[in-house]
Design a binder for this molecule. Structure first.
Ligand code: ZN
Length: 158
């Protein structure tokens, strides 16, 4: 099987059977992001456990609408960051972002990005890059908000 076809299959599979979809409680922050060029939408919640270096992604839940790439990317992102330390998850965000900005020139590392490698081809199509990044941007935004809230609460209790 050609690698492009294999990647297509991975994306289609996540699109048809999205992992972790649906909004859950409890959560620390919720964001709503839109990709106006394609019409993709995502509402995303994160629950962070622990703080400082021990902060961990306890849950990431989302509700989304849009094209197959945006939907599949949300599912893959969920699998990648769930249960990870926030620092490690941010690193994955940066890796995926680098892949999307690579214009098809970067050989993705499957050990790091797992099913995320299926989006390598998307980086050749500028119009679709935002689709693949939508859920990741929403996750980063929500996570930073959750960490800020946590810090504020801590300072209050001091
Ligand atoms: Zn899209």
């Amino acid at each position: 099987m050609q690698v492009e076809a294999l990647y297509q299959d991975i994306i289609l599979d996540h699109y048809k059977n999205p992992h972790g979809k649906g909004l859950r409680e409890p959560f620390d922050a919720e964001v709503y992001h839109v990709n106006p060029t394609c019409g993709d939408e995502v509402t995303l919640r994160v629950r962070i456990a622990g703080d400082g270096d021990d902060a961990r992604v306890e849950d990431v839940s989302y509700d989304s609408m849009g094209c197959s790439i945006s939907q599949a990317a949300a599912s893959v992102m969920h699998d990648l960051v769930l249960g990870k330390g926030v620092k490690d998850a941010m690193h994955l965000h940066d890796e995926f972002l680098a892949l999307m900005q690579s214009k098809g020139q970067m050989e993705p590392d499957e050990d790091v990005l797992e099913d995320g490698i299926a989006f390598a081809g998307v980086s050749k199509y500028p119009a679709r890059i935002k689709c693949a990044l939508l859920a990741w941007m929403a996750w980063k935004d929500a996570t930073l908000q959750a960490l800020e809230t946590e810090q504020a609460t801590e300072e209050e209790s001091r």
